[in-house]
Design a protein around this ligand. Structure first.
Ligand SMILES: [Zn+2]
Length: 289
């Protein structure tokens, strides 16, 4: 069993083929570790961009990479070959801080190699999810790498932050603070077809009121204050990502609006119902159900 912690730097570039922007990988950094999470080896490779010829100002500022630096880089395919050799075999577990990097790599692979499957990766774990499970965070917000370092008493200035190898080493230090192979094992996913399906699934809001995915009972409405019967004043309309209708409660003598939003994720449908007053000029959100 060995682990490889990876980090990427990327440049945002317009991909004519897609008619949209893509995060083009310009640097891969990685650290190889043994079963006790002791460092065995490191790698770092710069990729010459093919889609965006010039680095965005923000990217240059953040990474301190220059256009000249990336000009001397290798092709995407060469860099992937290096990474694949570094991983050695499919028993290695790849880790990244958050799933952004693996998503971007998958997208780049689709662009350059015609498949979003990274066949050289056998298993994957999100280091951020793992580390966050040791940090008390009631907000539920995902913690950034520098903030995690601070929580763990690691000085981010000891690393070249926002460079691929530096960020990989920072991630390694965070994991080392809380490393427990059995606990980590629960975060490891096999990179099979369903892994990529889940990763590439784009969540979306359902706009068609007749969609079979919609549970019509979610449109049933009683007054959110008195619980009494209400009168619907108009038809359900789709506005601002949700279906909405206005109601009148005779018992409370008040008008209110109910917004119902259906959002489809890979393996669940999220339903959000929001009541708001419509007597006042501003619609003050009063309740979530
Ligand atoms: Zn009422």
């Amino acid at each position: 069993m060995q682990y490889v912690v990876m980090d990427l730097e990327w440049n945002t570039a317009y991909a004519r083929r897609y008619g949209s922007f893509i995060n083009e990988v310009i640097e891969i950094g990685a650290v190889k570790l043994d079963k006790n999470f002791d460092i065995i080896d490191t790698m770092s490779v710069i990729i010459k961009p093919q889609i965006g010829k010039k680095l965005m100002g923000r990217v240059k500022e953040l990474t301190h990479l220059t256009n000249n630096d990336v000009l001397s880089g290798v092709t995407y395919s060469q860099a992937i070959k290096e990474l694949s050799d570094f991983l050695e075999n499919k028993d290695s577990v790849l880790l990244t801080w958050g799933d952004g990097d693996i998503r971007v790599l998958s997208k780049n692979n689709e662009y350059f190699c015609g498949t979003n499957h990274l066949d050289f990766i056998g298993a994957y774990a999100d280091a951020q999810k793992y580390c966050q499970s040791f940090i008390d965070s009631s907000s539920g917000q995902q913690i950034g790498l520098s903030s995690a370092c601070e929580k763990f008493g690691i000085n981010p200035e000891d690393f070249s932050h926002h460079r691929a190898l530096g960020d990989s080493l920072m991630t390694v230090e965070c994991i080392r603070k809380v490393f427990d192979s059995q606990k980590l094992a629960k975060y490891i996913h096999k990179c099979d077809d369903s892994f990529y399906e889940r990763m590439n699934f784009k969540s979306y809001v359902i706009k068609d009121i007749n969609s079979p995915l919609i549970d019509k009972s979610k449109f049933k409405c009683v007054c959110d204050i008195c619980g009494g019967k209400v009168i619907r004043k108009n038809k359900w309309r789709f506005v601002n990502q949700s279906f909405r209708a206005e109601f009148y409660c005779p018992n409370c003598d008040r008008n209110f609006r109910l917004c119902v939003r259906f959002k489809q994720y890979f393996d669940r449908l999220e339903v959000k119902r929001t009541f708001s007053e419509i007597n006042t000029k501003e619609n003050i959100k009063v309740n979530h159900k």
